[in-house]
Ligand binder design. Structure first.
Ligand code: AMP
Ligand code: MG
Length: 500
């Protein structure tokens, strides 16, 4: 029995200071089930993002109110919202998984051009074997990482807050429930398209594609890159955005962990933070998801997997594109866009702005590739290396960088080539670029664990601290110096699975 909570029109709604305009709801019931979030007893604030509140246009002070707390816990309907759970399908670990859908998410509606979605808000018709809930630990991780990725300048869904409760939830052990409020222009995934394509529901597929084009990719209506074919142009633009997003992941050392097609945003946003990890030691083969035994989603495989997922999207859009050659042309932009974006990001990490010497970019490419091989060979901490390198360029003192490498002669040889490459490059310009490209702070797994452990004991101060730090990851924050250090030994023993 799946007892989701139906919408009750006679229920007393609460006004919160947002003007709602629910575009997705207007697509009609083929795309979702209208329902209400399930009540969560005695909720309390765990974390709140003022920056996310600002983009949503939430009036100052609203984030402090009990009315909002109750509303975002699912205890109080909000005037003007039309809550729903959307239906989608998808490929999981390379296999067609059939219908999935928002099994524990509830889209409240849209305000200020942004959708507001609760995650962990109870049963829906798409909950399958699940309980519709999310645990505190995974909710804190999603909240912090959404805002951290934004702080790093990486396209992502945002998070307004986490609300906790003492309600028990059974996973491997008993945990407590929490709800994350997520914010994004749209939560539509590749899987939404796959859903209707797999069912040969061409009318709904067309409605969905036209909706996405008109709202998020309006220039596809007139774009001529791939002829007057709006759907081919849509695939092209999604391909480009996805390639750019993954290039950012690879440059910063972010491992998503579950790149199933239902976890791929049609807007090229990082979405669905589960067993993600920022690399500690650099290891291209690193698998951050304990459940991913085969390493399908290993760090270095992410670009190829994103491309694979775009093929699944292309397959779904083919009945609309109608021309396979055009679809292939759109998909073929993945590799060059990824390579160009990634190289540009890596050059910035090295302090090499566009147009600084070396007309032959292959020189920089070889320098980068050799460096990554050295980092992998020495299992050098990825974030710490780049930040120390930035400081090395600023001060001319490279000893702290050298200390990170077990093989000193190989480092010395690389550093010599790097120093030569920097000849003629303005040192201040290089340093400025590096210090705003190479973060001092990332959400290392162990930092998340520290905040989670404290939060389990109702001490939310570390969540607040980490949020403040990660919103500005390029700043020095000298009072948190230890958070920028090498992770402690126990960090390598943390295992994160899909369980959440
Ligand atoms: P994920 O791996 O978190 O992206 O989830 C894959 C699918 O399982 C989605 O349809 C989710 O909504 C659903 N799901 C995950 N956890 C739960 C849960 N506890 N209750 C209901 N559905 C869930
Ligand atoms: Mg998901």
């Amino acid at each position: 029995m799946n007892a989701f909570t139906p919408v009750n029109p006679s229920f007393q709604t609460k006004y919160i200071g947002l003007a709602w305009n629910n575009h997705f709801h207007r697509l009609g019931p083929d795309f979702y089930t209208a329902l209400a979030p399930q009540a969560l007893p005695d909720p309390y604030w765990v974390g709140r993002s003022r920056a996310a509140a600002k983009i949503l246009g939430l009036p100052a002070g609203e984030l402090e109110t009990d009315a909002l707390l109750q509303a975002l816990a699912g205890n109080q309907p909000i005037s003007g919202t039309q809550p729903l759970a959307s239906v989608y399908s998808g490929h999981q670990f390379g296999q067609w998984a059939g219908q999935l859908g928002d099994g524990r998410a509830c889209l409240l509606g849209e305000a200020n051009g942004l959708e507001v979605q609760l995650k962990g808000s109870g049963l829906t018709p798409y909950s399958r074997m699940g309980d519709g809930r999310a645990v505190l630990r995974s909710s804190i991780r999603e909240f912090l990482c959404s805002e951290a990725m934004h702080g790093l300048g990486i396209p992502t869904t945002r998070a307004l807050c986490v609300v906790g409760s003492d309600e028990e939830v059974a996973r491997e052990s008993l945990e407590t429930a929490a709800v994350v409020t997520r914010v994004a222009p749209s939560f539509i995934r590749f899987g939404h398209f796959e859903h209707f394509a797999a069912r040969h529901q061409l009318t709904q597929l067309t409605t969905l594609a036209d909706y996405v084009i008109s709202r998020y990719y309006p220039d596809c209506q007139t774009a001529s890159t791939l002829g007057a074919n709006p759907y081919a142009n849509l695939l092209l633009q999604v391909t480009e955005r996805t390639a750019m997003m993954v290039a950012h992941w690879q440059a910063v050392g972010f491992c998503h962990g579950v790149m199933n097609t239902d976890n791929m945003s049609i807007l090229g946003l990082t979405i669905d933070y589960g067993p993600f990890q920022f690399l500690d030691a650099f290891d291209p083969g690193h698998i951050c998801n304990h459940t991913d035994r085969g390493g399908r989603y290993a760090f270095a495989r992410q670009p190829d997997i994103a491309h694979w997922n775009l093929y699944a999207l292309a397959q779904a859009l083919l009945p609309l594109i109608k021309d396979q050659a055009l679809a292939v042309q759109a998909l073929d932009t993945f590799k060059p866009v990824f390579a160009r974006t990634w190289q540009q990001l890596m050059r910035a990490k090295l302090g090499l702005a566009e147009g600084t010497g070396a007309t032959d970019t292959t020189v920089d490419q070889v320098l980068t590739d050799d460096l990554l091989a050295l980092l992998a060979q020495g299992q050098v901490d990825y974030t710490l290396f780049w930040r120390r390198l930035s400081q090395g360029v600023a001060s001319g003192q490279f000893a702290p960088v050298r200390d990170l490498f077990p093989d000193r002669p190989s480092w010395d040889a690389w550093q010599l080539r790097y120093t030569e490459r920097l000849t003629g490059v303005d040192q201040n310009q290089a340093t400025g670029l590096m210090l705003k490209t190479n973060p001092k702070y990332v959400l290392r797994n162990y930092l998340g664990e520290l905040a989670i452990e404290a939060a389990k004991g109702k001490d939310f101060s570390k969540v607040v601290q980490l949020l403040a730090l990660l919103e500005r990851p390029f700043d020095e924050h000298p009072e948190y110096e230890s958070y920028a250090d090498l992770p402690p030994d126990w960090a390598s023993r943390i295992e994160i699975s899909c369980s959440s």
